[in-house]
Design a protein around this ligand. Structure first.
Ligand code: AMP
Length: 115
């Protein structure tokens, strides 16, 4: 069981900002920006490169939910705010939890290219 499955099952605590039938979103315990939310599907997909066509609606749902959460948190103003979505796959991608998740990062200027 991944740590995110334990959070979904309420076996360990998290600062939850959104829940629906498909996903759970909560604040990252080691935030890399003033706003750092993880959007996690309840059905475990290990990582994006292993998703299949059967996961298409879940993947779309995660992105739409990220946009909704950004709006709820007041992050969608393109002049004053903005945000970044990140999905890490494997060692060089920086993946540490083998349960697909979308990072929503915001609240400061984010550099490009990323580190
Ligand atoms: P990744 O490195 O892309 O796999 O992202 C995993 C993220 O999960 C990291 O940013 C961690 O800080 C975060 N994380 C790990 N454990 C927890 C937890 N118990 N609650 C919230 N975030 C967590």
């Amino acid at each position: 069981m991944t740590i995110f499955e334990k959070i979904i099952a309420r076996e360990i605590p998290a600062d939850i900002v959104h829940e629906d039938e498909v996903c759970l979103a909560f604040r990252d315990v080691q935030p890399q920006a003033p706003a750092h939310i993880l959007i996690v599907p309840k059905n475990v997909i290990p990582r994006i490169g292993e998703a299949t066509i059967d996961d298409q609606s879940i993947l779309g749902h995660l992105l739409l939910t990220a946009g909704k959460i950004a709006g709820d948190l007041g992050l969608k103003d393109t002049e004053k705010e903005g945000f970044r979505l990140v999905i890490n796959h494997g060692k060089n991608g920086g993946e540490s939890v083998p349960h697909l998740h979308v990072h929503l990062l915001a609240g400061r200027p984010l550099t490009w290219p990323p580190g």
